[in-house]
Design a protein around this ligand. Structure first.
Ligand SMILES: [Ca+2]
Length: 181
């Protein structure tokens, strides 16, 4: 799929990291190249007709856990489906993906619930009914161990350093779903 997606290249790629660099709900790629600048691929896939909703969680561990919450497991239930993600470190060669956990929610309009198993062993459950609807969809949300998400924990919709934007951002109007430099 690399060529039709616009992600094929002749550089000597080594590591690859996954992150939603512009926080638009579509996961992007950074490829670490040997003796060459990295390749940044921004995902420009059309928004799904099913809604394309998403939620991204950045966990902060408390007492008994590491601060980046590496090893935490999140089970999210929405739209009649359960998804599980784990905060990982060192999952790729010479690269590190974002610690944020990305959940694709398709047409789901709300979160039924979250269950977080922290590295400390604490199991934290969050009822979707208790979640402010402004927090629950199409957002980056920070959750601190043992605390309920609040309005102030919504993160800015931008991870990409401004200095990268002029060279690396593909125009929104591109017809290809992914485009590289
Ligand atoms: Ca993105």
């Amino acid at each position: 799929m690399a060529r039709p997606a616009g992600a094929a290249g002749i550089r000597d790629g080594r590591g690859v990291a996954v992150a939603d660099l512009d926080a638009d709900g579509r996961l992007d790629l950074v490829i670490n190249n040997n003796a060459a600048p990295p390749t940044v691929l921004l995902n420009r896939a059309p928004r799904s007709a099913s809604g394309g909703h998403w939620l991204s969680l950045l966990l902060t561990g408390g007492a008994g856990s590491n601060r980046d919450a590496v090893g935490a497991r999140v089970r999210l239930t929405a739209g009649g489906r359960a998804q599980t993600r784990v905060v990982e470190a060192g999952s790729g060669y010479a690269s590190q993906s974002s610690h944020e956990l990305h959940f694709g929610l398709a047409s789901a309009e709300w979160i039924d619930g979250l269950e977080i198993t922290w590295p400390s062993g604490r199991v934290q459950t969050i009822d979707g009914a208790d979640l402010d609807p402004r927090l629950a969809l199409d957002r980056r949300l920070r959750i601190e161990e043992g605390r309920e998400p609040e309005a102030g924990t919504v993160l800015p919709n931008r991870l990409l350093p401004n200095r990268l934007r002029p060279q690396q951002l593909a125009p929104e109007s591109t017809s290809r779903p992914m485009r590289g430099q």
